[in-house]
Design a protein around this ligand. Structure first.
Ligand SMILES: [Zn+2]
Ligand SMILES: [Zn+2]
Length: 264
């Protein structure tokens, strides 16, 4: 059975489809587990096309609870958030995890430590940009708050050459992932985007990154990163992702009620 725990909702301002549409799509596509993990709000965040507003968070939690009541007998529904690493807001985040009994937190290392007005890591153009991405990712993984690292190769989106800095970043992220027990996510939205030619640079998932991940014995969780129910319905890309992970010789994990366990 298929599983996906990286699903957005329109609250983030760049996804479409109501919760029930994602759930229906998942049931039709043969999923037995679907987790919502919309982009977290942060205190003071003001960018409505990146994430929900702070005042929308209770409604998001409530909506996932309701959909669970409605469809919980058909598939396992869970509730998490995709979060950056902003040291100054970690207390706030830990309080929300507790308040809402969130099932998991995905590290979406999109932005530098201040807020989304800062530099987007999908636009790394220089070696220094990549080093900043690397440092932020590792510092975040070291907190123990995050269950896995989304699209660890995000830094290749607009970077043209897999040079020494890219290798260093890959090597150190993979080493930290293994060492700290924070698995890496193989991102299917990226795989779809590569096929559609939507990355100006190497894009992700990039095979040289995953060859290093295999050398470092990393564990991988595969996610759709659904921003539309159509992404859930794309079972061809799902199957291709599973195949790719096998070809790299990577160990695949899935998220369950018991946490991350090895896939069958
Ligand atoms: Zn998004
Ligand atoms: Zn996402």
């Amino acid at each position: 059975m298929r599983k996906n725990h990286h699903t957005h909702t329109p609250r983030c301002g760049h996804a479409v489809g109501e919760e029930w549409e994602y759930v229906q799509a998942a049931i039709e596509a043969g999923y037995d587990a679907l987790g919502f993990s919309d982009h977290t709000p942060w205190p003071g965040s003001i960018f409505p096309s990146t994430r929900m507003g702070l005042e929308e968070l209770p409604g998001y939690i409530e909506a996932v609870k309701n959909i669970k009541k409605q469809y919980g007998d058909k598939l396992e529904i869970s509730c998490g958030l995709e979060c950056e690493y902003y040291p100054k807001h970690m207390t706030w985040l830990k309080e929300r995890i507790e308040e809402y009994s969130l099932d998991y937190i995905i590290l979406g290392n999109h932005f530098d430590y201040i807020d989304e007005s800062e530099f987007y890591f999908g636009r790394c153009r220089t070696k220094n940009d990549i080093i900043l991405y690397l440092k932020t990712a590792i510092a975040a993984m070291e907190t123990g708050v995050y269950d896995w690292l989304a699209h660890p190769d995000l830094y290749l989106s607009e970077y043209y050459k897999f040079d020494d800095t890219c290798v260093k970043a890959a090597r150190e992220i993979c080493y930290a992932s293994n060492n700290l027990g924070v698995p890496l996510e193989y991102n299917l939205l990226g795989l779809m985007s590569i096929k559609e030619g939507r990355f100006p640079g190497l894009g992700y998932p990039y095979y040289k990154f995953w060859e290093i991940a295999a050398e470092e014995n990393c564990s991988v969780i595969m996610s759709v990163d659904a921003h539309s129910p159509e992404h859930i319905k794309n079972t061809a890309i799902y199957d291709e992702g599973i195949d790719n992970i096998k070809k790299f010789g990577l160990k695949r994990l899935v998220f369950t009620k018991e946490g991350l366990v090895e896939a069958d």
